[in-house]
Design a protein around this ligand. Structure first.
Ligand code: PMP
Length: 405
């Protein structure tokens, strides 16, 4: 079946707008993805027709809202090949990783323990572990990269010494685009008794992810990069961990019974969902997953690989432009710098041409220090981008470079 990508692009109302009098070319989907009309409509319909709190009221709207929220959990679970009762819904990857840090790692780690992270992690997969290390006396160890921005697997295996208790690794780097062989990494970790945490923020929107096949202990992802509303995300964890972990936040919904002499907590995943959740957000995220599934994640991955190849080839023609991250297995994220030009200047002038790219350190200071360039520009593609947009972006880059030279 051939897919009409022009028609798919038209599903995204925002992509029709102009910026500074120019047609918008949105190349910042790694930061947050645009939303198809189906997602906007699902959120709108929830508030117009079904709005009520979940799991609290016996009235009709209450059960409709609960069904919509739990339905979204089931949709997400099927999408990721896991059980719905092992999926904690939360505000995003940042919350999900902090939940693991505070509920799993903090009560367990000792001063002699090591937490292993990689050089390419987002701050959300570094700082929570640093905070745990400070409080427990554990040490943070860093697995380094090869020059092409792939993980040095020999060095990673060597770093997995018996004192390592937890390994935190990105599935896909938000700066380099590197796709890490997480199944092999988690298998090796499990063999050595190391608990593995995978940050799937940049993977789930771009490829078919089967968490069960990866074999990790924890997998975190964020909804707004998956064409869903902001403030939505998830943590999948092995049932044994969810059962053993104490709650992170206390409040309504996460309890079975509260007495002043002791509280009985709810079963997982509800034990970790204190308070009123982002119900409408998850209804929107469920619609986003339905939308992406109808296109097919394999087709999306293929489309983005074609766009990446086109953009990489065109950018290579620009004198003085360097692409950071050239691993063979790479998602459609292109970080680059141009000799003698600051990335903020590039991004600012590109914006005047209607092109939205991100500039700076991309919440990955240790990686940027390793790259030795201070900051980069990042063009991140999605299936709704077009080959014409890539040509227009490259033409704008030529123009901006001439202006700044
Ligand atoms: N990890 C990675 C790899 C990311 O790209 C991001 C988002 N930039 C995050 C974690 C944090 O996600 P959120 O801000 O949605 O919690």
């Amino acid at each position: 079946m051939t897919i009409d990508w022009t028609k798919i692009r038209a599903d995204f109302p925002l992509l029709a707008r102009q910026v500074h009098g120019k047609p918008l070319i949105y190349l910042d989907s790694a930061n947050t993805a645009q939303k198809p009309a189906a997602v906007i409509a699902a959120v709108d319909a929830f508030y117009r027709q079904h709005n009520a709190n979940v799991s609290r009221a016996v009235h009709q709207l209450g059960s409709e809202a609960t069904e919509a929220y739990e339905g979204a959990r089931r949709t997400l679970a099927a999408f990721l090949h896991v059980r719905a009762d092992e999926l904690v819904l939360c505000s995003g990857t940042t919350f999900a990783l902090n939940l693991v840090a505070y509920s799993w790692a903090l009560p367990r780690l000792q001063p002699s323990d090591v937490i292993l992270v990689t050089r390419m992690e987002h701050h959300a997969n570094i700082v929570p572990w640093q905070l745990v290390a400070q409080r427990t006396g554990a040490t943070l160890r860093v697995a380094e990269l090869r020059p092409d921005g792939s993980l040095d697997l020999e060095a990673l295996w060597a770093a997995m010494t018996p004192d390592v208790k937890l390994l935190a690794v990105a599935h896909v780097s938000n700066v380099l685009g590197t796709v890490n062989p997480v199944a092999a990494i988690c298998r090796e970790a499990a063999r050595r008794g190391i608990v593995s945490v995978v940050d799937g923020s940049q993977a789930v929107p771009h490829m078919s992810v089967d968490i069960a096949a990866i074999g990790c202990d924890f997998y975190a992802a964020t909804g707004h990069k998956l064409c869903g509303p902001t403030g939505t995300g998830l943590l999948w964890a092995k049932r044994e961990h969810l059962q053993a972990m104490p709650p992170f936040l206390g409040g309504g919904e996460m309890i079975k019974e509260v007495r002043f002499d002791g509280t009985v907590f709810n079963d997982p995943p509800h034990k970790f969902e204190a308070g009123t959740p982002n119900i409408a957000g998850f209804v929107g995220l469920g619609a986003a997953v339905d939308y992406l599934s109808a296109i097919g994640m394999d087709a999306i991955q293929q489309r983005e690989a074609e766009l990446l190849a086109h953009a990489t080839e065109a950018l290579a023609q620009i004198d003085g432009l360097r692409i950071h991250g050239t691993a063979p297995d790479k998602a459609a994220v292109i970080s680059f710098s141009i000799d003698g030009i600051h990335s903020h200047d590039l991004a600012t002038l590109l914006d005047l041409e209607g092109v939205a790219v991100r500039s700076g350190q991309h919440c990955a200071h240790p990686l940027l220090q390793w790259l030795g360039v201070g900051t980069t520009c990042r063009a991140s593609l999605a299936f709704y981008n077009t080959h014409d947009e890539i040509d227009a972006f490259v033409a704008a880059l030529h123009k901006v470079k001439r202006l700044l030279a």
